[in-house]
Ligand binder design. Sequence first.
Ligand code: ATR
Length: 269
Amino acid sequence: MDRYAVIGHPVAHSKSPRMHAQFARQTGQALSYDAVEVEPEVLPAALQALHEQGYRGLNVTLPHKVAVMALCESISARAQIAGAVNTLIRTEHGWRGDNTDGEGFIRDLHRLGFGVTGRRVLVLGAGGAVRGILEPLLRARPATLVVSNRNPWKPEALAEQFRDIGPITPRTHLSLKGDRYDLIVNGTSAGHGGEMIALPGQLLAEGGDCYDLSYGKAFLPFRAWAESQSAARIADGLGMLVEQGAAAFELWRGVRPDTAAVIEMLRAG
Ligand code: ATR
């Protein structure tokens, strides 16, 4: 049976094994999928061992998404642009790195009917998670794409890095005062500490949508803020998680699973 796994630290609570088991069942694929705890110090040795054990593909989660890049035999263009790898595909001699996070994000927006094209889009935060969604966001041609952060340097660096793909306006959160956006995406990690970032008054236009890259408890502060903005629709990142997994599954197995059923299953707990 072909073997797959997610590697991370900690990884015990990962939803990936349940998700991929469901994908395999749905598509009639015979495979196993487990969670492998890998501490940062042993990442190179672990990758080598998993290769020798015949694993055909791996998902990579925190804290390895950037470090794993140096250990890949080759890296896809989109993973290079995202600056991180979330999917490994076995090759003869090693691992090819890819990144399905951006694709998963855009597919989830599409599933939800949250438009990007021609809309004013604001992304909150300028860390690794945000970098992973900027390429597909720009390619969907928003009217404007603003990236804001507490300090202006990180958004400025992103605007520079993505200049050839499309224009990003770098801002600080507090300088957004008076602006209106049709789609606001929370890409900060503040929710993991139970916080919502400090923002000026009304930022969401009438009929506007809010999306958080996080899910579970980390989503709650942003959800409360989005409600206070009278958002037309509010979504967490659980759909993105499933969509990025489905995209990885398709890379490995050549068949696309039905994500809606799996999102429902995970939401049910
Ligand atoms: P990730 O991989 O989750 O993107 P990261 O690269 O550390 O993590 O980025 C975290 C992002 O959340 C950054 O944009 C960070 O803002 P700063 O660059 O100003 O630190 C943002 N962030 C985290 N906690 C925050 C908080 N309490 N208030 C505002 N922004 C916060």
